[in-house]
Ligand binder design. Structure first.
Ligand SMILES: [Zn+2]
Length: 580
């Protein structure tokens, strides 16, 4: 009984059905085909070939076509090696179907042992059973072990006439140079979008399938140069019957509408956080993957940057005329530094999305942060702004550069300046054009910081707990004394400030209107913080587990301050080099 042939209507995946059988079918690899054709014509066929390129560019397909070309005898059985295998002779057919006894295909990714290579090398000595050449096709050859490579190398050094090797790899750098140097190398290129769209269109037509150009463009873009991926995607896209639309393909790929991603990009750059979040949310509920939206935004940032540098890049066939126009408008309007920062932040956001518990949340955080990109001044602008802010209006804006600050005499730091040196007089007369020494005490906190810097811990504690500030301006302090404040605090504070700053300070006591002291405010904040912490489920669980445990609450500011204090250099107290 003869087995029934598979019916013609049996479904085959498109990638296999339209697998190129000849070099003419192989799209986008013209350079390789030309070189091979010349070598075959001249009768200088290499002993070994190595094919490299990303997945799906046709490495194993090319290997089979070469194997067919080597062994083809033509329809009449008299032909020699050719780059145009006939496809009908016994050898061509057997190789196409992967059942030729003299063409051995192996995948090094699954068979890496030196034993397999030994088997091959043993069999190399025997002549081909039926064909002109014995052809060994080794896929992912970089996966072979060092021993396997060494065994292979011996054969490559003195190969029998009737043997040809065809290696394929996605990682050419992992193939030893000793092996590479004995192979003719072909780099299979990514298939260009135009070429890919042409290929997909031909397949769709051959299948009698209707598909929009926009849909083909999306597939070509998603396949990133891999014909196999593109064909598989086309297969899925037309599986439903009817006309495959761009919208369907977009949904299939989990892509957001590119026009809408451009809208989102626009909103973010305008700093419209609310609008941007709304648009992101709308795309999400329409089925867009938040990660893909971020990737699309990054892609747009890259694309607009490229357009800025080379406007010709807008001729990408996967773009609609509307998208092209919008891209060009953006390239003209957005400064490069904004685009560059946008790109960096998106890359970071994509990393974060990968570890975030919820991708949409991470995407929303990223969008909020990005809406601030356009407002952020560049480092240069920032320096300019800071320099501008230093000068006071009285000195006029026409100052040539920032004026140096007047040195502030510091009594207790270092040697040489005595405590009484500048006390007693009124405000020190300043040379014209110098900033006033009180400029750096815009806020009461600056005064407290000065006391801290001077390491007068006693005064610091008194000020922090005893000064309920009522009014403050640089050089003038009015406060309501706290319950523990000593009666002469105002007088001592005034004297100390005067000696440190070289300027007279008016410090006086008032009977009402004082704010809580620094210590009182800290205590209030700490108890609020403690209450908040106690309410936290984790803390409650911990307290249940360790009854009677004491809670130590530290605010972020306190933590930072503690770290700062630790980092302060020690100041020797009143160190005098002339003292014994
Ligand atoms: Zn043939």
């Amino acid at each position: 009984m003869i087995p029934e042939p598979a019916p013609e209507t049996a479904y085959r995946v498109l990638a296999r059905k339209y697998r190129p059988e000849t070099f003419a079918d192989l799209v986008g690899q013209e350079a390789m085909v030309r070189t091979l054709r010349n070598a075959f014509k001249a009768g200088r066929i290499a002993q070994a070939f190595i094919l490299t390129g990303i997945r799906g560019t046709g490495k194993t397909t090319t290997a089979r076509i070469i194997a067919k070309g080597l062994n083809c005898v033509g329809p009449d059985g008299t032909g020699g090696p050719t780059t145009e295998p006939c496809g009908v002779c016994v050898h061509c057919r057997a190789i196409s179907e992967g059942r030729h006894v003299d063409v051995l295909e192996m995948d090094a990714a699954s068979r890496t042992g030196v034993g397999d290579i030994r088997e091959i090398i043993e069999s190399v000595r025997y002549r081909a059973a039926e064909a002109r050449y014995k052809v060994y096709i080794i896929d992912e050859v970089h996966m072979l072990s060092t021993n396997a490579f060494n065994a292979l190398l011996k054969t490559l050094e003195e190969p029998p006439e009737h043997v040809k090797f065809i290696f394929a790899t996605t990682e050419i750098r992992k193939v030893p140079v000793t092996v590479l140097s004995r192979c003719q190398r072909f780099d299979l290129r990514r298939i260009e979008p135009e070429v890919m769209m042409g290929l997909l269109r031909r397949i769709a037509t051959a299948e009698g399938a209707e598909i929009e150009d926009g849909a083909l463009a999306l597939i070509a873009r998603a396949a990133e140069g891999s014909a196999r991926d593109a064909t598989s995607l086309l297969d899925q896209a037309i599986a439903g019957g009817g006309t495959a639309t761009a919208e369907q393909v977009r949904a299939m790929l989990g892509l957001a509408d590119r026009g809408r991603v451009l809208d989102l990009f626009d909103l973010i750059l305008k700093g419209e956080a609310a609008g941007a979040l709304e648009e992101l949310g709308a795309q999400y509920s329409d089925g867009a993957d938040p990660v893909m939206v971020l990737r699309d935004l990054a892609e747009i940032a890259h694309w607009v940057s490229v357009l800025k540098v080379s406007p010709g890049a807008s001729e990408d066939p996967t773009l609609s005329p509307d998208e092209r126009a919008r891209g060009q408008a953006m390239a003209a309007a957005i400064p490069m530094r904004v685009l560059a920062r946008f790109w960096q932040m998106l890359l970071k956001a994509l990393e974060e999305v990968a570890v975030a518990p919820n991708a949409m949340m991470a995407a929303e955080m990223a969008v909020i942060r990005l809406t601030h990109v356009a407002d952020l001044p560049s480092p240069e602008d920032l320096v300019r702004q800071l320099q501008g802010a230093k000068g006071t209006p009285a000195m006029g804006a026409g100052m040539p550069g920032p004026a140096p600050r007047a040195p502030v005499p510091q009594a207790s730091r270092g040697a040489g300046v005595s405590m009484g040196g500048v006390s007693g007089g009124g405000a020190v007369a300043l040379p014209a054009g110098q900033p006033h020494p009180l400029d750096r005490f815009a806020r009461f906190e600056d005064v407290v910081q000065l006391i801290r810097d001077q390491r007068d811990i006693g005064l610091l504690m008194e000020v922090e707990s005893g000064v309920r500030l009522a009014r403050y301006q640089p050089g003038r302090i009015e406060f309501e004394p706290g319950p523990m404040a000593s009666p002469d605090l105002a007088q001592r504070l005034g004297q100390r400030l005067q000696s440190w700053t070289g300027t007279r300070w008016g410090v006086s006591v008032v009977s009402e209107g004082g704010q809580p002291s620094i210590r009182e405010a800290q205590l209030a904040q700490a108890s609020a913080l403690e209450a908040e912490a106690l309410a936290h489920p984790l803390v409650q669980a911990a307290l249940r587990a360790f009854p009677g445990a004491k809670l130590k609450v530290q605010s972020r500011e306190e933590k930072a301050q503690a770290a700062e204090v630790e980092a302060l250099p020690e100041v020797p107290d009143e160190w005098d080099p002339f003292e014994e």
